[in-house]
Every structure is written in structure tokens, then in C-alpha cells.
Write a new protein. Sequence first.
Length: 335
Amino acid sequence: MSGGKDPIGLAHVLDIVCPMHVLLDGTGHIRHAGPSFQKLRPDKPFIGQRLMEVMELRRPRASGSMASLLELEGQKLHFALRAPPRTELKGVLVALPDREGAVLNLSFGISIVEAVRDYALTGADFAATDLTVEMLYLVEAKSAAMEELRRLNMRLNGARRLAEEQAHTDKLTGLKNRRAMDAALSRVVGAGEEFALVHLDLDRFKQVNDTFGHAAGDQVLQTVARRMTAATREADTLIRVGGDEFLLLLSDFGGRERLVQLAERLIREIERPIPFGDNELTVSASIGASLSSDYDMAVPECMMDDADTALYAAKAAGRRGFRIYSGDLGRMGGA
């Protein structure tokens, strides 16, 4: 390729079979750049520039002269563009006849994914026999598969959380169930917190069911659940044990006086008439409680039994009442 001529059409051939090549003259200046290589700097033609001003030879080390480059003929060369983004390239150099220049063929190697992104490369920028295109398809397929796995994992985690929530939720009222109470009790006992266990049972609920049917009973339970939720704190654990019985776990509840006030408020709210068709349904509540501060060691099972005892003492005293457990059941508060 003497004097810049290309009598055999070498540049045209290389553009097709090696679109990432550069043709160098005897002084190391670029005489021709393949179309894909030129896309790395579309606004600044490479022709006429010294190769080593465009790229840095990182391995193996050489002086940068054309003579030193020709000594590396056939070896694997590692380059990086000098201007950002400093894309890394791999290449191999072959001298032209009479060593009046050389062909340097280049590739992106492992930086191909970043190069496609940075330079908007397409399949047309690679030789038809270049396996890079197939590799890009594999990378794209892997990325798509990983994204699908990520979405699937999110769905599975969401389904697991939903299943766990449903396993701890009463379907009729949306309150927590007994399994959730066991977990909450373990938490407060393990933390050494003072807490109260409150057992609430509806008065006259059976009469509503017998008179108006189970649909009316369900309406009562759902309404009572909403009113109890509104009357308690978000930090409180509110449980439907089953039937018309409810449990509350109250941590940091403010002492006996606050507990009495809460019980009175619950009874007032529950006693408000509940619309059902053309009728108004009326129930009340009896409440018993046990306080962890009354025990040398708070044992949830024992406290649960004692709250039940206080509840039935409240019912025996005429219903619509509240008692805190003591050995003689002499501590009565509210209503």
C-alpha cells in the first residue's frame, strides 16, 4: 500500500471481513479506519492521526514507535482509547509487504456489552462470521432470563408474605388470629416488656344469631372488629379467638387506670346499635384482663387463664363489665 494507494482494494476487503481494523502507514499514522472502528469517534475522523495518539498500548509495553509495534507482530495486544470513555480493546498486528505499514485488527473482548451501549453498535457493525453477535444474543437472553427470575422471585416473595399474612389473619373480620397472638406474646415476653392480656366476649350475641341469622352475626362481628380497631392503638395486637371472643395484647399501655378507661371505651363503642337491613342489632361486652406486672414471672398461658377467669367473673356480676384478675377477684374497674 505504497504512497497511500490501494491497488488490490485491501481497505474494501478489510471493511467487510474486519470492520474493526485500521491500516497504518510506515510511520504509524492511520491511513484507513474500518467503519465499525470509526463509530468509536464518529465526529472525529481517525485518518491522519498517529495510532498511539488515539490509543494507549497497555500490554505488552513498547515505545510506541512503528518499529516497536512491528516487533509485536502476531502477538495479542491490549489497548485503551485515550479519550473517554476509555474503552479497552484487544488487537493483533500484521505487517504489510516490505513492512511499509501494517494492518491492526481490533475487538472489544469482554467490554463488548459496554461498547454496544456506549457506541450504539448493531449486528451490522460486526463481520458476518464474528461470533460476537451470537455472544450478544446470549448476553441479552441471560439478562432477560435474570430479569424474569427477579420478577418471579418478587412474585414468590409476595405470595409467601401474603400466605404468611393470611395464615395469621381471621378471614371474617380481618383481625389477627390465635397464631399471630402466640408470635406477639413471644416477642413481648422475650423483650421483657410489661403488658396486659385482655379477653373480651360479646354479650347477647347468641340472641342476635338465633333471631336474625348468621348473616346478622357476621355483620355484628365485622362491625365490632372495626370499632375495636378504631379504639385501640396500631401497636396493639387485636385477635379474634373464634366465635364472639376477642383478645388484646397491650404493651406499654399506661397502667391500670388507662386500662380501665380503654375497657369502658370498648364497651361503649360495642354497645352502639349496628344497622342490619331494617333492624338495629345491639350487643354488649364483658371484659377480663391480667397484667404481667402482677406476676413474678409472666407466663402467657397462666396469664391467659387468669384473663379468662376475670372475664367470667365480669359476666357473673351481670355482664357489661370489666375486671382485672387478682387472687380474690376483688379488683373491679369501670362499668
